[in-house]
Design a protein around this ligand. Structure first.
Ligand code: AMP
Length: 143
């Protein structure tokens, strides 16, 4: 299964925020949308950074609530690992495991076109295992 196959069923909508926003704005967005990460994009839809709930917890723990007024570019992760729609899910799983993050923005022609989360990866893997066990059951029954 490719990334674009996953995006076909879940859609390409990504919650984004502008680099001019503060950490408090990003926290509000995460809470409103019940999500774990927000992608920071420039006016052309290019990925500038990512901020996840883990960053928020770490920053609050290290610097206290005063950090909430910090502009996003000063606290977001800038070296964002992305994928393209034509890549396959096992490669994305590997990328998440190696990088120890749970969100991979999907980029095509330098524009953000979707996001794959660890939840999407698990859902895909469970469905794949169900299909495999169904096929095995059919094979055994017909033997
Ligand atoms: P997460 O597991 O997604 O909550 O993210 C854990 C840490 O990795 C946080 O510091 C994030 O800012 C960072 N992070 C999340 N996704 C990515 C990504 N695709 N590329 C680089 N860093 C990321």
């Amino acid at each position: 299964m490719t990334v674009s196959g996953i995006l076909k069923s879940k859609g390409g909508n990504v919650v984004t925020i502008a680099p001019s926003a503060t950490l408090a704005d990003a926290v509000k967005l995460l809470a409103e949308h019940h999500i774990g990460a927000v992608v920071v994009v420039d006016e052309n839809g290019g990925v500038e950074g990512i901020l996840s709930e883990r960053d928020v917890v770490r920053l609050l723990g290290e610097r206290g609530v005063a950090v909430l007024s910090t502009p996003l570019p000063m606290v977001m992760t800038r070296a964002v690992v992305t994928c393209t729609p034509d890549e396959v899910m096992p490669v994305i799983m590997e990328r998440m495991t190696r990088g120890r993050f749970r969100h991979v923005p999907v980029v095509s022609d330098n524009k953000l076109v979707g996001i794959i989360s660890i939840g999407d990866v698990v859902k895909h893997r469970v469905e794949e295992m169900e299909r495999e066990s169904e096929a095995l059951r059919g094979y055994i029954m017909s033997a």
